[in-house]
Ligand binder design. Structure first.
Ligand code: 3H9
Length: 711
């Protein structure tokens, strides 16, 4: 037997174990190994049933995603892949039972669906997450799932891709039984007991593909598919795989199994060869890559974080406190007055209430979390905190004062973190006796929702402090990205030119709505001007003032955001900014703002012209790329993918375009560079190409090539 698959015996049951760590993916050799084991057991008269189980922490977590790139590039023949295995399992004359712990995802669930029975631990999850990789379940998930779970559940699982619990799977007939106990050993014992029952009952071998009872009829299914298409459009806007997944489930209801299988194979290949899938797979590995820090290996020592404290109960401080509480870490929340404290707590409670209403948390969970957040007006209670996060206004003097106080109030090994979004972490650290314990943990607003955490490394930050902050991010279910210290770090440093271009565009005659619309059509979750309103025009103004950067003389500056600030239009919070806001913060265009901008442009002598979507997108996105290239060259980001992940999780860049640096590689750096040169000729100073971009364009290379050559 191959090393990837082992076979053992328990009485008259053969136990086939997949052993391909870490997640038992269906890498080359695994499907073949399982098929050979099943065929051998089928031919062995002393075997009456089979159990298929995963070694280690999980059942099969899917096809081997790394193989997709090889198929795409022609390095590997597509071949039949796991399909022969599915037929072997399904047609086996003796019952085959999939025993599931951990995750049966993608091809893993598809293998389980080709078995005759499925049992699982209560803690197991099953799902068809392929759409998150820009592909669809290509090994029968779209065809077999509706035959068990019904059309609506199957279409949702395949088109949205979220996993479901074992109980949900049992309720939808995907599982036949949930086994008692929590360990892999109890799973095996429970499955063997189930096998004994089957044998006693005549060892039937029902094939899922033969069961058409739950497929419904065309009239009843039509509104279900229409609803799913709308849901997929809303949740996975701009992506093709979800719609094609629904096409495939629909095919399962309309044509014979084999015909639907052939169609699905075609749809699968269309998705696999799309730039969307390439980008989404880049994101999958990117999310994991950003955890890897060359000089801080994953087994580095970390500090124990059992208690936390936060200075400042404003919007950010409150949101950060929720993250700690949600991770089960008790957290002190400090303010300067009882009134500010109560205001902060009320905001936290309102946020939690909102989550309960949306069904995200139970009232019980929220009660427990609220109990973990302990308000205080004094630093006295900071003495036992393992980490303190400063979340006060973006003002250097204020932050330094807080850090001087923290230096006194905390134990020497406590980590001191600042939530600054732009300021110099080293300067903040300089007021402490031990700057090695100072780090930036930059949360994104709303902090309890946004998944990005920029971990900012100061010159002297200790490695175990970095490792602890990264680990803490994972405990909070955030995507932590380590960045270097400079004004705005990675995210906000790139956001400044992005926002500047958006303003320049409107000042040259583009409509506010058109600028946002063009970028939303490109795939951004929100246009830049709408983001400005969300983040607060007053906040941006304060950051600009605090930075106090001297601007070179004679260089054009954006004017409109300052004008909005002076008018008291701070964005959503004041009901007016770039837009007007009605009930539920719904935005609508405000002709007054357009007039103000026209006046500004006239006073500045800016010629007005019609600007198309293409120019809007190129100017906004390429300015991100250009700044990103500088950030890379300066070593502020470890790799191009780190920038991509920051933009996906912090700024709503479309995942199916992979992030700004991946997108630039896809467009081709020569084209990006040439376009930037055009903009430089038209607009001057701000469009000076980054040296790294110029070099790579000249060498006809990509940012990915650059990264490969360095590692
Ligand atoms: C599919 O099945 C298509 C089918 O329809 C068939 C069509 C013909 N392949 O996430 P972790 C690596 S598509 C290759 O940190 P966790 C991962 O990169 C597939 N590698 O662990 C990482 O490597 P490294 C559908 C994989 O415990 C290491 O394993 N399935 C794969 O936090 C540990 O991963 C999916 O989309 C893979 N399939 O989470 C499931 N999976 O250490 C994708 C993981 O070098 N996987 N790796 O950085 C997951 O969702 C999570 O990994 C899982 C475990 C929940 C399983």
């Amino acid at each position: 037997m191959s090393e990837l698959v082992a076979v053992s015996r328990s009485g008259d049951v053969a136990v086939v174990t997949v052993q391909n760590p870490p997640v038992n993916a269906l890498s080359p050799g695994v499907p073949e190994g399982i098929a050979a084991a099943v065929e051998d057991a089928a031919a062995d008269d002393t075997v009456r049933a089979m159990v298929l189980i995963g070694d280690g922490r999980t059942f099969i977590a899917g096809a081997d995603i790394r193989e997709f790139a090889k198929i795409r590039s022609g390095q590997r023949e597509r071949g039949e892949g796991i399909h022969p295995l599915l037929f072997t399992l399904e047609d086996c004359p003796k019952p085959v039972i999939a025993a599931i712990h951990g995750t049966a995802f993608g091809g893993g669930l598809e293998v389980a669906l080709a078995c005759h029975y499925r049992v699982a631990l209560a803690s197991a999850q099953v799902g068809q997450p392929e759409v998150k990789l820009g592909i669809l379940p290509g090994a029968g998930g779209t065809l077999r799932l509706p035959r068990l779970a019904g059309v609506a559940k199957a279409a949702e699982m395949c088109a949205i891709g979220d996993p479901i619990t074992a109980q949900d799977a049992l309720d939808h007939h995907i599982l036949d039984r949930i086994v008692e106990g929590g360990s892999r050993e109890s799973l095996l014992a429970g499955t063997l007991a189930f096998a004994a029952e089957l044998i006693a009952d005549g060892a039937k071998t029902p094939r899922v593909r033969d069961n058409d009872e739950r497929l419904g009829d065309m009239a009843a299914n039509a509104p279900i598919f229409a609803k799913m298409r709308a849901l997929a459009h809303q949740k996975r806007r701009g992506q093709m795989a979800p719609q094609k997944s629904i096409d495939s489930v629909e095919a399962a209801t309309k044509m014979p199994f084999e015909e639907a299988r052939v169609l699905t194979a075609k749809l699968f290949m269309e998705c696999l060869h799309s730039p969307q899938s390439e980008a989404l797979i880049h994101v999958f590995f990117g999310e994991r890559e950003v955890r890897k820090i060359p000089d801080v290996p994953s087994d580095s020592r970390t500090r124990k974080i059992a208690k936390a404290a936060i200075v400042g109960a404003g919007t950010m401080g409150g949101g950060i406190a929720m993250n700690y509480a949600n991770a089960g870490i008790p957290v002190r929340l400090k303010e300067v007055s009882e009134q500010a404290l109560q205001r902060g707590l009320a905001r936290i409670r309102a946020n939690y209430d909102h989550s309960v209403k949306r069904g995200r948390f139970t009232p019980e969970f929220v009660r427990e979390r609220m109990d973990l957040i302990q308000p205080t007006l004094s630093y006295k209670e900071f003495a036992d905190a393992d980490i303190v996060v400063e979340a006060v206004f973006e003002n250097m003097e204020l932050k330094k004062t807080v850090f001087r106080e923290l230096d006194e109030a905390t134990k020497p090994e406590a980590i001191l973190a600042t939530n600054t979004s732009t300021l110099d972490v080293d300067e903040i650290a300089s007021v402490t006796a031990d700057p090695t314990r100072v780090i930036g943990t930059h949360f994104f607003s709303p902090a309890n929702v946004m998944r990005l955490l920029e971990v900012v490394r100061g010159k002297k930050t200790a490695k175990d402090v970095i490792a602890t902050a990264m680990q803490l991010g994972r405990r909070m279910k955030k995507v932590g990205v380590l960045v270097g210290n400079c004004h705005g770090f990675v995210g906000n440093r790139m956001f400044v030119p992005y926002m500047r271009e958006a303003q320049f565009l409107v000042e040259e005659g583009a409509n506010i709505v058109d600028v946002d619309q063009a970028l939303e059509d490109f795939g951004m979750a929100m246009g830049p001007l709408a983001v400005g309103d969300l983040a607060g025009i007053d906040v941006a103004w304060r950051i600009r003032r605090e930075a106090g950067h001297e601007q070179p003389e004679g260089v054009r500056q954006p004017l409109s955001e300052d004008a909005l600030y002076e008018m008291g239009r701070y964005g959503q919070k004041t009901g007016a900014g770039w837009y007007r806001y009605g009930e539920n913060r719904k935005r609508s265009p405000d002709p007054n703002v357009q007039t103000v901008i026209t006046d500004i442009a006239a006073r500045a002598g800016l010629e007005q012209r019609t600007i198309g979507a293409r120019e809007i997108v190129d100017r906004a996105i390429y300015t991100l790329v250009n700044e990103g290239a500088r950030i890379l060259e300066e070593g502020i980001a470890l790799r191009p993918v780190d920038i991509d992940i920051v933009y996906l999780y912090g700024y709503g860049f479309p995942a199916y375009k992979g992030g700004p640096m991946w997108y630039a590689d896809w467009v081709g750096l020569q084209s990006v560079y040439e376009r930037i040169l055009e903009f430089e000729a038209q607009h001057g100073h701000w469009w000076k190409p980054a040296p790294l971009l110029a070099r790579l364009a000249a060498e006809r290379k990509t940012f990915s090539d650059w990264q490969r050559e360095r590692s």
